[in-house]
Ligand binder design. Structure first.
Ligand code: HEC
Length: 139
């Protein structure tokens, strides 16, 4: 099994659990660690944007993408990407169809890996995946 297939299988399992309404019982596989933790957009992900992205993704940023705190969520979730339309930047519940996630893991289907010239650490990439799988909430 490729890691991509495992990710897809995990995502499918997560969706099934979400539909069944038992995603917060402490064994949620979306965390990858079984702790049932919910990823917070504001507390966990926005600091990553501030530190690693917003030198290039402030107001008028590259790719038409502004990731500053007041507007980042609204510019991502359910919004068609500028460079990879019709694919959306974030498809709630589906990391593998989200330009944001594909770009941070370096998937060649969406051009350059982000942050441009570098890479986030694996735990941070996983937080983005889990946040999208958990419904990409503005939390
Ligand atoms: C050194 C500058 C630079 C940094 C730092 C950077 N980016 Fe980018 N980003 C770009 C450029 C240039 C583009 C447009 C070309 C492309 O799509 O690769 C872009 C495009 C994007 C897009 C596609 C937007 C669209 O709608 O087409 C996403 C998503 C993105 N970046 C996310 C991020 C994230 C998340 C980070 C931080 C982890 C980040 N970028 C850091 C330069 C940067």
């Amino acid at each position: 099994m490729t890691s991509r297939r495992i990710l897809t299988a995990l995502t499918a399992t997560a969706l099934l659990l979400a539909v069944a309404g038992c995603s917060d019982n402490g064994t949620d596989p979306t965390t990858g660690g079984g702790t049932g933790t919910t990823v917070s957009f504001a507390a966990d992900l926005q600091p990553v944007f501030n530190q690693s992205c917003n030198g290039c993704h402030g107001a008028g940023g590259f790719g038409g993408l502004d990731l500053t705190a007041a507007v980042s969520w609204a510019n991502l979730v359910g919004i068609e990407s500028m460079g990879y339309a019709p694919t959306q930047r974030v498809v709630s519940g589906n990391p593998e169809q989200s330009v944001l996630y594909l770009k941070i893991i370096g998937d060649a289907s969406v051009g350059n890996r982000m942050p441009l010239g570098g890479a986030l650490d694996l735990d941070t990439m996983e937080q983005f995946r889990v946040w999208i799988a958990q419904g990409a909430q503005n939390n």
